[in-house]
Design a protein around this ligand. Structure first.
Ligand code: ADP
Ligand code: MG
Length: 705
């Protein structure tokens, strides 16, 4: 089927719309990005005024609500006041009278108002000195009102200040949309397959579009919105899933079909503990990917302490068994060092050649690593962003693992791809659980593995919220724990590593802690972002080795640091941290056999959101549950950072509120593509057409890079 006439009609430049003045057309383009008929059609109202109700003036309450009244104007006058004039019309509905008031556009309004004919007026009322008035009412002759296509549920379109000031009121937008429906005769092609419409009892595209702009009732509106939200999410999912499938069929990867000595001897002889079922499952998923001839592109999610490192290591061993190199990239120096030490430990009986490359690697060492890497004398390289430098050339990189992905842009992820002839398999690990719906939207084109089980024997971390006034008690508690041989973290906010005020807070805190816990009985480490990395490492190591009992730090310790003997995490100014950060920090403790504690310190003044965050932390330690709350508090854009927010730029759906629809849409998109990957069947013609059109005109696909 060729694209319908309708498709061409919808691409008509908006300037052609009858009744749209050229100046206003320009405003529409500039302010709302509306260039075509289709763009205007897809300008969905963001709320509706319920105009099913009519009020009598005698019934009005001084609540300042929006009301609709039928009545007549009996006379009009201009009233002089201190600053300029106002136009006043006396309006009566037989029960009472009120004033309609205008401060702007008086001449034009005065000329257009008719006396003693019934009008429908709508607007917010003001109550003053025992009588009601309505400034700048929306007005329509009753006769016209009854004939108009406008329904009782009045749509309110998104607007901007500039638009409103240039006379593009909601009313005008409304009329333009009416005009659009008249010109196109509401002949909109269906965009979803018939069987799907039937199965999900969705209303047709035509009906949905009409009712979203001119709803006959709440029920009609709800059905229309559901259908349009479904459609929007369906096509995004279709796109993402298709991208994944195309990727798999087009982007060849090295096939790691051997499971050899490295993996087998490690698995049978050197495993330091039994793997959890979740770890086993995930390793199997990764093995399957690596064994296929498609390039792996997998996201591994697992809460802090869930044991992702060993999964990463065993995946690397598969690469090594097949004669390839592997790398692991971490966001901070401290974490890279820790990974390096951890992997050295795991691999000590395996004869693997592992090196560490960070910003502070000495030039001579650096040169040596570069050389060995290129000759293939090195199996595994661990490091920071330093891995991405141009001089770093692998002989044959087969697997790239990125830890704590949210710290790296997608761009950097793809940079790793270009290190050798064919792209290596990519495994991205994150300890920030991403709510399922968000993962579907943002990483819908990746495969996702989840470790949803902690290693056995972990004790729940006791979490409490304490006010600053109770600091002495908290100090006493710290002293008790230290006397039992435990170690303590005290963390200060440092959102921007350069914020001098935060730095001062940290130093003040450090001083008061030093006074409270004096040498030689107590030793204190301090780590913050303004230190040289060698100093950082030195301080960190003292704590790791147990030479210091207290670690005063900023969030640099947030990611991945592992000190099992540390059992107390004190978070200062906890109200200033986001939920996921709090959760990450808490994850630093509870890694050993002892009961661990997390104490959230705050002042008394707390915002509602801050209270919710603290309560959530006290209530649960389930990372996915915490992530859901975070998503609700912050919204998807904030949660993911600006980079990916384009994906979340939806017209009508909301991935938080419409998560149920999203899940259904994804499963149907999957179903459609599984049954008919090329969208070639008769019933999928609408899908094929719509998809082609969406890609061509880039309507909701602006984010496709
Ligand atoms: P994360 O997922 O936060 O990176 P790690 O890989 O650092 O977690 O593991 C956290 C701790 O749990 C480490 O000390 C590790 O040795 C240990 N661990 C991992 N898996 C298991 C397991 N199956 N059984 C017992 N301990 C485990
Ligand atoms: Mg880790």
């Amino acid at each position: 089927m060729p694209l319908s006439m309708n498709t061409y009609l919808l691409q008509t430049p908006i300037d052609r719309l009858k009744g749209l003045w050229p100046k206003r057309a320009e405003m529409l383009k500039k302010e709302l990005g509306i260039h075509t008929y289709q763009d205007l059609l897809n300008l969905f109202p963001n709320r509706y005024l319920d105009r099913t109700q009519y009020y009598k003036i005698s019934e009005l309450q001084p609540t300042n609500a929006e009301v609709q009244i039928v009545g007549k104007i009996t006379h009009i006058k201009t009233v002089e006041q201190k600053r300029g004039k106002r136009l006043v019309a006396i309006f009566t509905d037989g029960t009472h009278q009120m004033e309609l008031v205008w401060f702007r556009g008086q001449k034009w309004i005065r000329e257009s108002l008719k006396l003693n004919v019934p009008y429908v007026i709508f607007g917010k009322t003001k109550y003053f000195n025992g009588s009601f008035s309505m400034p700048h009412p929306e007005m329509e002759l009753l006769e016209k009102h009854e004939k108009s296509m406008r329904s009782a549920m009045q749509p309110m379109y998104p607007s901007t200040e500039k638009l409103a000031n240039s006379g593009m009121t909601n009313r005008v937008l409304n009329l333009l949309v009416q005009q659009l429906f008249l010109e196109t005769k509401n002949a909109f092609a269906e965009t979803l397959p018939k069987p799907l419409l039937e199965e999900l009892k969705l209303v047709s595209k035509k009906e949905a579009l009409f009712n979203v702009h001119f709803p006959k009732s709440q029920a009609h509106l709800a059905r229309a919105q559901y259908r349009l939200k479904f459609e929007e999410l369906f096509y995004i999912q279709l796109q993402l899933i298709r991208k994944n499938l195309v990727h798999k069929s087009k982007i060849k990867g090295y096939t790691f079909d051997k499971i050899g000595t490295y993996f087998n001897s490690f698995f049978s002889e050197h495993l330091p503990f039994d793997l959890t079922n979740a770890q086993k499952r995930v390793i199997k998923e990764i093995r399957n990917d690596l064994g296929s001839n498609a390039q792996m592109n997998r996201l591994l999610q697992g809460d802090v302490g869930s044991g992702k490192t060993i999964v990463a290591f065993m995946s690397m061993l598969i690469a090594l068994d097949n004669g390839f190199q592997a790398c692991l990239m971490a966001p901070t120096e401290i974490l890279s060092v820790q990974h390096y030490n951890g992997l050295l430990e795991l691999s000590k009986k395996l004869n693997t050649r592992i090196e560490l490359l960070t910003g502070s690697t000495k030039t001579s060492k650096r040169r040596e690593i570069h050389e060995k890497l290129e000759n293939g004398e090195l199996d595994i390289l661990i490091g920071t962003h330093a891995l991405l430098e141009d001089k770093v050339k692998f002989k044959n990189l087969g697997l790239a693992i990125v830890d704590e992905q949210h710290r790296f842009g997608v761009e950097q992820r793809s940079k790793l791809w270009h290190k050798n002839e064919y792209p290596p398999h990519v495994l991205v690990m994150t300890a920030t659980p991403i709510p399922r719906t968000l993962a579907m939207s943002v990483y819908g084109d990746l495969d996702i593995s989840i470790i949803d089980e902690l290693p056995p024997g972990r004790k729940d971390i006791k979490t409490v919220h304490r006010f600053d006034a109770n600091r002495l008690k908290v100090f006493r508690f710290i002293r008790d724990e230290i006397s039992k041989g435990r170690q303590v973290y005290i963390v200060y906010p440092l959102i921007q590593e350069s914020e001098t005020m935060d730095y001062k807070d940290l130093m003040d805190g450090y001083e008061s802690i030093s006074r409270e816990f004096p040498m030689p009985d107590y030793q204190i480490s301090i780590v913050h972002g303004q230190m040289k990395s060698t100093d950082k490492e030195y301080e960190m190591n003292r704590f790791v080795k147990g030479e210091t009992q207290i670690m005063v730090a900023t969030t640099v310790i947030e990611v991945g640091v592992n000190v099992p003997n540390a059992s107390v995490m004190i978070i200062e100014s906890a109200e200033r941290f986001g939920l996921s950060q709090l959760h990450q920090l808490r994850g630093r403790v509870g890694r050993g056999a002892e009961q661990s504690y997390c104490i959230l310190m705050t002042g008394h003044k707390l915002s509602a959101d801050a209270k919710t965050r603290l309560q959530t932390m006290v209530r649960t330690s389930d990372g996915f549950e915490i992530a859901e709350v975070d998503l609700k508090l912050r919204g998807p854009g904030d949660l993911m950072g600006t980079q990916q927010s384009g994906v979340l730029n939806l017209r009508i759906a909301d991935i938080v509120k419409d998560s149920d629809i999203l899940k259904i849409a994804r499963s149907y998109a999957m179903k459609v593509l599984k049954a008919d990957p090329n969208l070639a069947s008769e019933e999928n013609i609408p899908v094929k057409n719509t998809y082609a059109q969406l890609v061509k005109y880039r309507n909701i696909w602006n984010y496709i890079s």
